[in-house]
Design a protein. Structure first.
Length: 326
């Protein structure tokens, strides 16, 4: 009997994806859609997820529920979605961390960014900025580089977590200026910014909107933006390249994925609704105007090609820097 039950379980597991696919003619009427955000509430990925969840709910006439599953630079949520039924009822808010950097940074990654997901759309690119403690005594990137080369006690930088774009921005900075820096990872942006503002760590890279309240209070100072061009939110802020760091150009990014095997018609419908949402004025005002995001809205194929370029790019930097995470 144990053998029969075991065999039945194996057959059930093998047939489950087919059964899930067979249910898709009812999509999306059968049940609510779950949009997994692999970071804590309040961050940019969460804001993007909740914005799109609302718009998808309206256009699909079905509830779209956001489920935060943070940890491992988004890897925990990614692994969860990779194993979810490919029936159109699970979506994933992917990022540069989950679908580019983690592939080379983590020794043991429980999912494959390229093989375990159906790309739906590249949603947005967003800049990071170089942020320093206002009492550090520097007013430019050149000042900071000079300080780091002179004072070993200042050679640490904070990040919102190992494997995030804020981590790799620091590693890129260290590589380009030829100074070995020590990475201090935090569990999210707020505690990292708090410690930089308090002078516990001299500087970090992070999103401009996260830092602005502490900049306005005089505790933090912005030195440069990491994108190739200046951004409208802080137009007087120079780029890293303008500030004398040739080759320093990076943007974090946000995207939407579904589990591998999700039927193509569902992926195409989701793509069309997401692209339509990104053109709506209220979405543009929130994501572009308030968060300085460059909204994209790509095809699934364009997102796959984007990942194929990004993964080796960051693998090269991870290898060169020696950065690693467990």
């Amino acid at each position: 009997m144990r053998f029969i039950r075991f065999t039945a379980a194996l057959l059930s597991a093998a047939l489950f994806p087919l059964a899930a696919t067979a249910q898709t003619p009812d999509w999306p009427a059968a049940k609510p859609i779950v949009y997994v955000v692999p970071f804590t509430p309040g961050g940019s990925t969460d804001i993007v997820g909740r914005t799109l969840a609302q718009k998808l709910g309206e256009s699909l006439k079905q509830s779209v529920v956001v489920d935060n599953k943070p940890g491992q630079a988004g890897g925990i949520g990614a692994a969860y979605v990779a194993k979810a039924p490919p029936d159109g009822y699970t979506l994933f808010g992917g990022t540069i961390s989950t679908h580019a950097i983690n592939a080379s940074l983590y020794k043991k990654l429980s999912y494959d960014p390229m093989k375990d997901f159906e790309p739906v759309s590249l949603v947005a690119r967003l800049p990071n900025v170089l942020i320093v403690n206002s009492q550090l005594g520097v007013n430019s990137v050149a000042d900071l580089v000079a300080l780091l080369k002179k004072d070993e006690s200042k050679r640490t930088f904070a990040s919102s977590g190992a494997g995030t774009s804020t981590h790799l921005a620091g590693e890129m900075f260290a590589d380009l200026i030829g100074v070995k820096l020590t990475h201090v990872p935090y569990k999210g942006t707020p505690p990292a910014l708090t410690d930089v503002a308090a002078g516990q760590v001299p500087f970090m890279f992070d999103q401009v909107t996260a830092a602005l309240p502490l900049v306005k209070s005089g505790k933090l100072k912005l030195l440069a933006v990491t994108t190739a061009k200046r951004i409208a939110l802080v137009p007087d802020l120079p780029t890293m390249i303008e500030s004398g760091i040739p080759g320093f150009e990076m943007s974090s990014w946000q995207a939407v994925y579904a589990p591998k095997g999700t039927p193509k018609p569902i992926v195409q419908r989701l793509n069309a609704e997401i692209v339509k949402a990104l053109h709506q004025p209220d979405v543009q005002a929130k994501l572009s105007g308030q968060l300085a995001m460059e909204l994209v809205g790509s095809t699934p194929e364009e997102l796959r090609d984007h990942m194929a370029r990004e993964i080796p790019r960051w693998a090269e930097l991870v290898k060169k820097s020696g950065a690693v995470a467990d």
